[in-house]
Design a protein around this ligand. Structure first.
Ligand code: FAD
Length: 302
């Protein structure tokens, strides 16, 4: 979608919003799949409520993008405007065990910055690409660690009140790849509380997580991580692998040879191909196991 309303376009400068016309949104995602739309980069999050009010006043739909490592974006001209927050520096500030992090901060860099300050706990999250905001939305987790465990406070734009609010950790529920935030809430910054841990010990555990990832995941291919959530008590990857589907594909969309729950863009895959692959694998798993796998990847198809 392109912005055409001259009054709205003129207002963007007042709101410190940069507009990139006809941006390739696929290029901003780790799958490198997806079409084009205007991209609005918000340089001052205090103006976010006003921007969203104006867009909705003009009947313009939007989607919010973090690091783009967990989204599958439809092909062609997108029916919404894409919004992203500009990074701020410093993006991580530490006071004792309390860590204030901008939602735009890179998750991996945050984990290593905390390590240098003798704070641990999040070593399992090393290697999860994307932003801290995206990790909060997804309650990103790996190797027994999930980010929600460490959340003490989140500053969030709440779609319901159209205001920026601060929520305490106990007001938010975090479950497996799920949080109680509304789908169109936007996280702005978070206060984490991390356990003290000597730098050398954190580094040792980061290495262990990195090794596990390198041994099992297609690190150098275009993917969005796991396509499906694990069903209760089971493993989506093992079910798919058990059906001999590693390497199975639709066009350039393929089930990874390395990890059956990672679907990769092996060339110029389209969203249509990736969605067809997702449906086909889900159907085969359902036929074989009676389990309907739920997507972990966020699909933006309409
Ligand atoms: C190689 C690889 C390995 C991965 N391994 C893991 C893993 O081990 N564990 C795991 O949990 N995930 C994993 N992932 C998936 C992904 O990295 C995580 O889900 C990550 O936390 C998404 O963050 P992002 O900033 O890229 O979010 P995006 O992909 O940009 O967005 C994902 C969702 O979050 C929303 N969002 C983003 N930022 C915000 C914000 N500030 N406020 C509100 N909503 C927001 C978006 O609107 C969208 O709905 C992996 C992905 C890849 C490519």
């Amino acid at each position: 979608m392109r912005l055409t309303d001259p009054i709205l376009i003129a207002a963007l400068a007042e709101l410190a919003v940069e507009r990139r016309e006809g941006a390739s949104i696929g290029a901003l995602t780790s799958l490198e799949i997806g079409g084009v739309s205007d991209l609005l980069i918000v340089h001052d999050s205090r103006h976010l409520p006003e921007l969203l009010r104006r867009l909705s006043g003009c009947g313009i739909a939007h989607r919010f993008l973090g690091g783009g490592s967990n989204v599958l974006v439809m092909d062609g001209e997108l029916p919404w405007i894409m919004i992203k927050l500009a990074g701020r520096t410093p993006d991580v500030t530490i006071e004792g065990q309390s860590v204030l992090v901008e939602a735009t901060a890179d998750l991996g860099r945050t984990v290593t910055f905390c390590a240098k300050n003798d704070l641990g706990g999040m070593e399992g999250l090393i290697g999860v690409p994307g932003s801290v905001g995206g990790a909060l939305r997804m309650n990103a987790g790996a190797y027994g660690t999930q980010i929600g465990t460490f959340v003490r406070e989140v500053e969030v734009y709440r779609a319901a009140s159209q205001q920026i609010e601060t929520l305490r950790g106990e007001q938010i529920s975090f479950a497996y790849r799920h949080t109680s935030f509304a789908p169109d809430d936007i996280m702005l910054r978070v206060r984490l509380e991390l356990p003290r841990k000597p730098y050398a010990d954190v580094v040792r555990d980061i290495r262990v997580s990195n090794e596990k990832r390198r041994a099992s995941q297609p690190m150098n291919q275009k993917s969005a991580g796991c396509i499906f959530k694990n069903p209760p008590g089971g493993s989506a990857g093992r079910m798919i692998d058990g059906l001999g589907l590693k390497g199975f594909g639709v066009g350039d969309a393929r089930v990874s040879d390395r990890h059956a729950n990672f679907f990769v863009n092996a060339g110029q895959a389209t969203a249509r191909e990736m969605l067809a692959l997702i449906d086909s694998v889900r159907e085969r798993v359902h036929t074989a196991h009676g389990v309907s796998l739920e997507e972990e990847v966020i699909v933006w198809s309409t």
